[in-house]
Design a protein around this ligand. Sequence first.
Ligand SMILES: *Cc1c(COP(=O)(O)O)cnc(C)c1O
Length: 377
Amino acid sequence: MKEIRMVDLAGQYEKIKQEIDSAIQGVINATSFVKGPEVALFEKELAAWNNSKHCISCANGTDALQIALMALDLKPGDEVITADFTFIATVEAIALLGLTPVLADVIPGTFNIDPESVKKAITPKTKAIIPVHLFGQSADMDSILEIAAKNNLFIIEDLAQAIGTEYTFKDSSVKKTGTIGHIGCTSFFPSKNLGCFGDGGAIFTNDDTLAAKLRSVVNHGMTVRYYHDHVGVNSRLDGIQAALLSVKLKYLNNYISDRQRAAAFYDEKFKNIGGLIIPERTSNSTHTFHQYTLRIAPEKRDAMIEHLKKHGVPAMVYYPVPLHLQKAYQSARYKEGDFPVTEKLCKSVFSLPMHTELDEEQLTFITDTVITAIRSL
Ligand SMILES: *Cc1c(COP(=O)(O)O)cnc(C)c1O
């Protein structure tokens, strides 16, 4: 059996090596390292793939969030609501701009932001909500849109873990994540569902005015060369990354179904095993499975992970600490006990290997090892 890894980027590359290598060589031959035609082409292809009017590439997903917030002309002290259970980048972008991060609890089954908790967090200073489509499943966007409309708020979607996820609204219309709010932000970090060979990110919007502002912010606040209309940043996707992402984009639907196939295998094996709770699927979102995350009794989690590691099955905890209890983000506003769902999830979740290269032999070994462990714990 092949060694089991959390992600298998080497195996994925091997299958399309020639195409990738020639795309990279093409950029080197043309020396189109920065702002070349490959970047413009990839933006166009990705916009079309995601049914978004505009796609603006940038250096990484964290920058994408910061640039999105910069484009909204918020003032220091303005409040932005996001989930307590997410990767730190979401809240970091808010804090860096002198905006006030305001947290909301999540729904235990889906791990996504709880609209009821969002409602409670709204104050006259609230200007935006950043729902995170965590682990590959969309947040409850019907409810978030309703809250935003009622309170005149911007919505920035963080789809770093959910590119290609489709959300079905109450009226049966379907949209891809990143095209539901005003702006969508994603990441091409190597292990993401569409990953490059370094860092990269992109911003989606259907709004022409916002698109122009975003394009200017990523490029030093400039629209006409050497005339700077506002404070911007330098955040670019380079040509080599764009060229290889164009190749990988052609396979993204296959990559997503590979992940869904692995998740279906896990679900089938675990659904009737006492002591394990499989990830809930909501009826209004597809799941692109950036992570396959189980819940277990907190007192058994460490022993489970230990057992798996001993048998060659890697497992990870995403995420062990709620944002409101992170040292850097502690504020007088919050104390332990404020977000009970997130606090409990941080003690009970663990994620299994999830990538495009998992074969049946590996999946069988992983599920057998987990089931043996849970029966002996
Ligand atoms: C990966 C990730 C980001 C940041 O992406 P980078 O490209 O690593 O900066 C932001 N939000 C979430 C939810 C992520 O998973």
